[in-house]
Design a protein around this ligand. Structure first.
Ligand SMILES: Nc1ncnc2c1ncn2[C@@H]1O[C@H](COP(=O)(O)OP(=O)(O)OP(=O)(O)O)[C@@H](O)[C@H]1O
Ligand SMILES: [Mg+2]
Length: 1208
């Protein structure tokens, strides 16, 4: 075994930590099988066996994790173990599923790339367990400590596991907790790597299980949980009894499972529903649907005199009708008759009823049960998604795929065909991304490479899903389309169509069976019933019945679709759906950076002792582990684009990074080379392709990562030292961070706002200490006792003019801990005079508004002011909003929107429009309510890492200065290790962009009188009207409600709270005061050159003595950004002197400030308020869920658009 400690990097840097020390337990075999001396299936098997027997269930092939199910608790998922993997790379610790989760999380944060973790393996191999451990790990390490919204998201994500397992897992012969559906969970993160939301995509539930299971298997867990542990009210209302009382739960003779406590699990299911936010009414609705299914299973048909089906016990049907809230006669009819319609030349003809025989009636009954359960399951997933939905901008995500495993039964049907097809597709992705793509990439990047052969299962995927020549799914669809009325005729038609596949090496037709040679083994499928399952259409009669239900959960939520009787479009079949969703999944996965967990089952007996060598060998073969190792060994462990590599490691080389800034002027490829060479990485260890850099061994990349961490560690120490020296520094940086959060990625940014030096120092004019101009301001303001200055700055304020439109006019803005002061400076007889023009107490500021563009406008919406709202233009507007939010304890909120509505003098509402205009050279231009501004940095831009400012001497070095920085796409932003990132100060939180929907309150429904159980009686009293069915003596017998009048919806639909009424009335205002005199023309601060400055450096501008320059931005280090003769560039500030241009003579003084008015509070009509300021009418969950489900169904139709052959 190679030594991990061997240093790949001999740079003049501190030695990296020795990760061998951390591996306390003695490891057996090799933990990474690329290090095996002999690469054969047998050697792999030996290695896995040795390790498994030693309790080491995890082994790597590069970054792929192989996991062999231990079937026992190894104590390896404790908090201590979890913590030990935090922040470590794959090689630092023994292999573990936590290490894979850490690698994905680290990669997502470090490279800003979406991740997916694909877990594959046979049924019972440990996929679901692995997925849960990954979620456990991510929840534990992804921060958000005191943030209750983040904690809530984590709790909800974790709660989806027990909930979906109860409804989607069942005991099978292979696995006591077998997933009978596929699940792709995407956890969404904010820029800090904290989970903010999630989406679950569900794949093909095995709904057939609802109506029947093979011996010793069970129905879905939830049925046993409910029947064993239902609370008394459910028992009464829904007539619930033990699982032995229902055919659907008892026919397979397996009511209990070793290691599963249904009663306890029921409590957990309910608890999870609560955590996810399901209201009581929603929970009741779900459990009622389960009761309906259970009772439907007990409907027994007998043959009547005509040989047709008749219901043997009408009480059962009556009780189901009561639960379904439909007419009993209608239910009876729907179960025993079929409405047929004649077609004449494509037109609808006459309608007549055909009685069903017993077998057909049973099939109809089961179809209804399956359909209810499938729709209920989809509804639950959609409902979870509503709770987990995040409305703002998601930065990155990690997807975890846990799908049903490959399975072979004695009798394999449509379900197995679909499950195995999905597994074929997953194997395809693995091949695509690890074997094929890897090798193709070497070719395209012109990397030296010896190709490795492997079996590509694409041919099996094609065999199943191809349209032309038709594969198995296409043949099934064709057979369904031509012989739809008679299932067995359709099956025969399908067998004939299979003849087309005779030449396919992976297919054999054998009478009423056919064989597919899957990558994981040969599976014989039974043709009988295949076309019917594929057709998967619920009879129109049943849909009509459901639509007639008075329970809106049934008619509006579960069965919301309405069939268009005139539509000729073929509804999608089950195979259409699985194919479409599977291909969508593949597309999604291919866009993420993948990690793999390949689970292996050591035996078929769930034994923790038995390692069945033959059984494992078979899995090693079909998983292609040998090829995987070969490709891995011969190839490169790591590759990334030149840009990403430079972005990540530019700090490690003095010519690419200086003091945290990116200073390389060449292209990314040469930057890569520079970094690799500077760090003495041997030339056999890497190759440069055409767009990517390839690193041979993982140790090298980990060593680089280690150096990078150390760099940041040192930098953090320096910053901490600086902070200790300058106590305010930390506060200023925290404020800047808080400002970024307040904006919440909603506004485009100025370049300067993002530079590392920018911090929110606040009192720029030094009013607090009263030095220089600060003294004058302080004297003018006449500060009250405890009034403390927090911010001061020059700005412009929009002032109205007589008979003309408003213009921005220069002002001085001072924010104290109580008020906003706006001061006006005038010149009188050669002396400057200042007056405190406006004093606005915080209590009078309703909110703030900014546009989404890069401009510098901020609007102060006031509660009452006859002069209207205050509009200020200031480069430090984010800082203004931040100080106001903090000083008011978060009371003054910030709205960011494309256009801003504000109240003008006299309360008249006006809209300020913002438009992009790239011709505007600098800042923004205001004219007649329109602000024109060039495009800024993207709203999602992050502030540069916090580093110390460069000295002005460095600033003068053009090579080290980013005067003309790279376009944002090329400019790396060094991220700070999260531990070192300053936390935002409390009290300031950005408003949620859309806001998590709050479940509306439950609607109290007047419930029917709950049926009373009649102890000892097998029938309810005749007077009750509707008698609950009884399976055995001494069972509780629920009663139906007495009258229709009392019958309100048993389960109310999810809330439909109305939007709060909004007042649109504008209070009448007093006539406006006389307009003030025209204000001075606004301008940038101007400076006059004391000396000439000669410079030919790029980014600097030269000027003559006495030149007047406009200063755009002032950098603390003495170099200012200036505008001169239409050019913009850096100039030395010590060459300049402030210059006030002469004002036109005879300008009248500004009006005196009007005394505080008692006029009514100006109100902006709610309808015209900024969207984020108005609490949106809560969209009903019911409608959003129904919409989601409808959209999902519609999607299948849409995806099938090109295949609209008529459904005859
Ligand atoms: N890492 C593990 N440690 C201990 N026991 C495990 C582990 N992984 C799996 N098991 C055991 O194996 C059982 C089956 O695992 P799991 O349900 O994860 O299989 P699966 O691959 O999801 O199967 P299916 O495809 O049927 O859903 C678990 O219920 C558990 O008892
Ligand atoms: Mg599973």
């Amino acid at each position: 075994m190679k030594k991990f400690g061997k240093k790949a990097i001999k740079a003049n840097r501190p030695a990296r930590a020795d990760w061998k020390e951390t591996a306390k337990k003695k490891q057996v075999g090799v933990s990474d099988m690329t290090l095996l001396t002999k690469i054969t299936n047998e050697a792999i098997n030996d290695n896995l066996q040795k390790r498994w027997q030693n309790g080491d269930i995890y082994t790597y092939i590069g970054h792929v994790l192989i996991s062999v199910n231990p079937f026992r608790d190894l104590g390896i998922y404790t908090e201590d173990v979890l913590t030990s993997y935090q922040g470590k790379n794959l090689l630092e610790m023994p292999p573990h599923v936590f290490a894979i989760a850490e690698a994905a999380y680290h990669h997502m944060k470090g490279y800003n790339e979406n991740q997916c973790i694909i877990i594959s393996g046979e049924s019972g191999a440990g996929k679901t367990e692995a997925a849960k451990r990954i979620m456990q790990y991510i929840a534990a390490v992804s921060g958000g400590g005191r943030d209750s919204a983040i904690q809530n998201t984590k709790d909800m994500v974790l709660a989806t596991n027990p909930l979906l397992e109860s409804f989607g897992c069942a005991k099978t012969l292979r696995n006591n907790n077998s997933s009978r559906h596929g699940k792709y969970l995407e956890i969404q993160f904010n820029p800090q790597g904290e989970p903010i939301g999630a989406i679950i995509t569900n794949y093909l539930l095995e709904k057939n299980r609802v109506v029947g299971q093979i011996e010793n298997e069970r129905n879905f867990h939830i049925f046993y949980q409910l029947t064993k542990a239902a609370p008394a009210n459910y028992k009464e209302q829904f007539g619930l009894q033990g699982p032995e009382s229902y055919l659907y739960t008892s026919q397979s003779k397996c009511l209990d499972v070793d290691g599963i406590d249904d009663v306890q699990d029921f409590q957990q299911t309910v608890q999870s529903m609560q955590t996810i936010g399901l209201q009581q009414s929603e929970q009741d609705a779900i459990f009622k649907m389960l009761a309906i299914i259970l009772w439907l299973g007990n409907v027994v048909f007998v043959e009547n005199g005509d040989g047709n089906a008749a219901i043997s016990d009408p009480d059962v049907v009556h009780f189901i009708a009561y639960l379904l809230e439909v007419e009993a006669e209608a239910l009876d009819k729907a179960l025993t008759n079929r409405v047929m319609e004649t077609q004449r030349g494509g037109r609808r003809g006459s309608v007549y009823e055909v009685p069903l025989n017993v077998t057909q009636a049973q099939a109809v009954r089961d179809a209804l049960s399956k359909s209810i359960y499938e729709r209920l399951f989809e509804w639950i997933v959609a409902r979870i998604n509503v709770s987990l939905q995040f409305h703002g901008q998601v930065t990155t995500l990690i997807g975890v795929l846990d799908i049903y495993g490959f399975e072979i039964f004695d009798d394999n049907s449509f379900e197995q065909l679909c499950i195995n097809y999905v597994n074929e597709k997953l194997q395809q992705i693995f091949i695509e991304l690890t074997l094929k793509a890897e090798q193709e990439e070497y070719v395209s990047e012109r990397i030296e490479w010896t190709p490795i052969k492997f079996f590509n299962n694409k041919v099996v995927c094609d065999l199943i899903e191809e349209k032309r020549p038709p594969g198995i799914f296409a043949a099934l669809n064709d057979a369904c389309a031509t012989a739809h009325a008679d299932p067995s005729a359709a099956d025969n038609s399908f067998v004939q169509r299979l003849g087309f596949l005779a030449n396919n090496q992976h297919f054999e037709s054998r009478g009423n069976k056919f064989l597919i040679r899957h990558y994981a083994g040969d599976v014989m499928y039974n043709v009988e019933g295949l076309t019917d399952k594929n057709k998967d259409s619920l009879l129109k009669d049943l849909l009509d019945l459901a639509a007639s239900s008075r329970d809106s959960f049934i008619s509006q939520e579960l069965f919301s679709e309405r069939i268009d009787p005139n539509s000729k479009k073929r509804p999608p079949t089950a195979s259409d759906k699985i194919k479409a969703s599977c291909n969508a999944l593949v597309t999604k996965l291919m866009q993420c950076h993948p990690s793999y967990v390949r689970t292996i089952k050591p035996n078929d007996n769930k034994s923790s002792k038995e390692y069945d060598q033959k059984r494992v060998l078979h899995q090693i073969q079909y998983l292609g582990l040998c090829e995987n190792i070969r490709v891995r060994r011969a190839g490169f462990a790591y590759r990334t684009t030149f840009e990403k590599f430079v972005e990540r490691f530019y700090l490690l080389c003095p010519s690419t990074g200086y003091a945290g800034d990116y200073i390389w002027h060449g292209d990314s490829q040469s930057g890569c080379l520079e970094i690799l060479k500077h760090n003495n990485i041997g030339s056999d260890e890497w190759q440069l392709g055409t767009t990517k850099v390839f690193i041979r061994r993982p140790e090298t990349i980990f060593a680089l990562e280690d150096l990078r961490d150390k760099y940041w560690h040192n930098m953090a120490t320096r910053i901490q030292r600086f902070w200790r020296l300058n106590k305010h520094g930390i506060k200023h940086l925290q404020l800047r961070d808080a400002g970024n959060q307040l904006l919440g990625h909603r506004k485009e940014r100025r370049r300067f706002s993002l530079v590392s030096q920018r911090r929110f120092a606040g009192d720029y004019l030094d009013v607090r200490n009263g030095s220089g101009v600060g003294a004058m301001i302080r004297n003018t303001m006449n500060l009250q006792g405890a009034e403390e200055v927090v911010f001061s700055m020059r700005c412009s304020m929009l002032v109205p003019r007589a008979m003309r439109s408003s213009v921005p006019s220069p002002r001085t803005l001072v924010i104290t801990n109580r008020n906003v002061h706006i001061l006006l400076t005038t010149k009188s007889g050669g002396t400057l005079q200042m007056m405190d023009e406006k004093v606005i107490p915080f209590s009078n500021i309703q909110s703030l508004s900014m546009s989404t563009l890069r401009d510098d406008w901020i609007v102060l919406h006031l509660n009452s002011s006859p002069e209207g709202d205050v509009l200020i233009n200031c480069v430090f507007k984010t800082e203004i909003a931040t100080h106001l939010a903090e000083a008011s304890n978060g009371q003054i909120s910030l709205n960011v929107q494309p256009q801003i509505q504000y109240a003008k003098k006299g309360g008249k509402p006006v809209t300020m429009q913002f438009t992009r205009d790239e011709t505007v050279k600098r800042d923004d231009v205001y004219k007649s309510h329109v602000v024109r501004v060039p495009t800024g940095e993207p709203a999602t831009s992050e502030s540069a890492g916090l580093i110390s400012s460069r000295s002005s001497a460095q600033r003068r070095q053009p090579a080290q200065r980013s005067v003309a920085p790279l376009p944002s796409s090329q400019r790396p932003t060094p991220p700070l290790p999260s531990a070192n990132r300053p936390m935002p100060s409390s009290g300031i939180r950005p408003p949620a962009v859309g806001g998590r929907p709050t479940p509306p309150p439950a609607i109290n429904s007047s419930r029917p009188v709950p049926p009373k159980p009649q102890p000892g009686s097998i029938r309810p009293p005749a007077s009750s009207g509707i008698r609950p069915p009884v399976i055995g003596a001494n069972k509780p017998t629920p009663q139906a409600p007495v009258s229709q009048a009392n019958r309100a919806s048993v389960v109310s639909p999810p809330g439909r709270a109305a939007a709060p009424a909004a007042s649109n009335s504008l209070p009448r205002r007093a006539p406006p005061p006389p307009p003030p005199p025209p204000a001075a023309k606004p301008g940038k601060p101007q400076y006059k050159a004391l000396y000439p400055f000669q410079s030919a450096e790029q980014g600097e501008i030269a000027f003559e003595k006495d030149a007047v320059l406009e200063i755009v931005e002032k950098d603390e280090n003495g170099w200012w950004l200036a505008k001169y003769q239409g050019k913009e560039g850096w100039v030395p500030s010590n060459y300049l002197q402030e210059f006030t241009p002469p004002r036109p003579a005879g300008r009248p003084p500004p009006p005196a400030r009007r005394p505080g008015s008692m006029q009514p509070k100006p109100t902006i009509p709610t309808s015209s308020r900024p969207a984020s300021a108005v609490s949106a009418a809560p969209s009903t969950q019911a409608s959003s869920l129904a919409d989601a489900i409808r959209a999902r169904r519609q999607q299948h139709y849409d995806e099938d658009e090109d295949d609209d052959d008529e459904w005859k």
